[in-house]
Design a protein around this ligand. Structure first.
Ligand SMILES: N[C@@H](CCC(=O)N[C@@H](CS)C(=O)NCC(=O)O)C(=O)O
Length: 249
């Protein structure tokens, strides 16, 4: 009798250093599945290469390709969808009952549609905008503050987003609570005690501790530098009419 074994092929994982990518890194650490990481330089237009646009037509990170599926490999983009795809595939970090699953998805959609975009826009107006625009800063600051109060109330008496277990909802939200210290004039521990406790609890999980250590090492090798004028064009001034001329084929 002959025995056939199907070797597991590595996932192709496209990322850069950013909270949306960290979510997937947190899940992959727990799942322990093989993957090949492709670091894209978003300051120089890698996200608009013809090759990457086939993986994510929206030109954003993270994205993955899973070759371990019947037929053609499957592409997955949008960080929340990647978390959901992998959690469903491995039946881990997502409740298997519809009520639990729905509550986890409530918070993933909430993060994807609210906390992530508003924090991203606030960061843009505070750090990247060439001139300080008080209207933009105030608009996003108020919204981020409101959202963090929503989260703080939800986390009252809880360690995790859902049912005292580590799920993909925690993985979606933690990368954003990890960076709330950039908010001006806010003492997170005083104003958002439950969010701060959640941030500490998740940050102390063994896989997350390991992730954070690797991130500190990466950040010390790649310290923040303000983008140059050319880099700003790739990051903020694309109008969707062309791909990257440097990477088009
Ligand atoms: N909703 C998307 C947002 C993805 C996103 O904005 N990614 C950023 C990094 S955090 C990016 O790729 N930026 C490159 C660009 O905007 O050109 C997700 O959650 O995957």
């Amino acid at each position: 009798m002959t025995e056939t074994t199907t070797a597991v092929k590595p996932l192709q994982f496209y990322g850069t250093s950013s909270p949306n990518v960290w979510k997937v890194q947190l899940l992959l650490k727990e799942l322990n599945v093989p993957f090949v990481y492709h670091h894209l330089d978003i300051r120089n237009g890698d996200q608009y290469s013809a090759e990457f646009i086939k993986v994510n037509p929206n030109g954003k990170l993270p994205a993955i390709i899973d070759p371990n599926i019947e037929g053609e490999p499957v592409r997955v983009f949008e960080s929340g969808n990647i978390l959901l795809y992998l959690a469903d595939k491995y039946k881990r970090f997502i409740p298997q009952d519809i009520k639990g699953r729905t509550e986890v998805l409530n918070w993933i959609f909430w993060q994807m549609a609210n906390l992530g975009p508003s924090m991203g826009n606030l960061y843009h107006f505070l750090v990247y905008a060439p001139e300080k625009v008080p209207y933009g800063i105030n608009r996003y600051f108020n919204e981020v503050r409101r959202l963090l109060h929503v989260l703080d109330k939800h986390l009252d008496g809880k360690n995790y987003i859902y049912n005292e277990q580590y799920t993909i909802a925690d993985m979606a939200i933690y990368p954003w609570t990890k960076i709330i210290s950039f908010l001006p004039d806010v003492n997170p521990v005083e104003e958002f005690p439950n969010v701060s406790r959640f941030n500490k609890t998740i940050g102390e999980l063994p896989s997350v501790t390991e992730f954070n250590q690797e991130l500190v090492q990466f950040q010390s090798r790649n310290p923040y530098k303000p983008p140059t004028d050319d880099e700003r064009k790739w990051m903020f001034n694309r109008d969707g009419r062309s791909l990257s001329p440097n990477n088009s084929q």
